[in-house]
Design a protein around this ligand. Structure first.
Ligand SMILES: [Zn+2]
Ligand SMILES: [Zn+2]
Length: 158
């Protein structure tokens, strides 16, 4: 696994890679944070996913739904790159990751007043079409919580 990761890192030398305890793409600094001591196949998938964000030049998103679209695009790019290395990224893994984002989006969009699903007006305001209530949400950020290991969200990371 480590060999594969080293090969990938050297082939994408135009991207800045930083050792960290988790995986994410930082559009602001244009760098990928990755786990140095990666050992599982899923680690390689996550690395390829972040490379997907980098190659697609993903920036910070304005409204939440854009994030889901970027996540899907980054996974499809990751699958494409994976073929080069004879790696197959399991769809289950991708769906689990996307579900995490969908759950996060769903929680933000629920009206605190009547529990209907609201619409996002701006980056930080949702509006209920049922009771016309509006509520603020934290500035758009990527939720990094994977179901199995709950982690705090990192602002501005994808
Ligand atoms: Zn409402
Ligand atoms: Zn992502």
């Amino acid at each position: 696994m480590q060999n594969t990761i080293n090969t990938i890192l050297s082939e994408y030398s135009t991207i800045q890679f930083l050792e960290d305890t988790m995986y994410f793409w930082s559009p602001k600094n244009r760098e990928i944070h990755y786990k140095k001591s990666a050992s599982t196949e899923a680690d390689v998938w996550k690395l390829l996913h972040e490379i997907g964000h980098a190659l697609l030049n993903h920036e910070r998103f304005r409204i939440d739904i854009e994030l889901i679209h970027m996540e899907i695009a980054a996974w499809s790019k990751a699958k494409q790159i994976a073929k080069k290395y004879d790696i197959e990224i399991l769809d289950n893994h991708i769906q689990d990751c996307l579900d995490t984002y969908r759950d996060w989006l769903y929680r933000r969009s629920i009206c605190p007043n009547c529990m209907s699903t609201g619409l996002q007006d701006t980056a930080s305001v949702y509006r209920c079409i049922n009771c016309l209530n509006t509520w603020r949400v934290s500035a758009s950020r990527t939720c990094r919580t994977y179901r199995k290991n709950q982690r705090a969200p990192v602002a501005g990371a994808l």
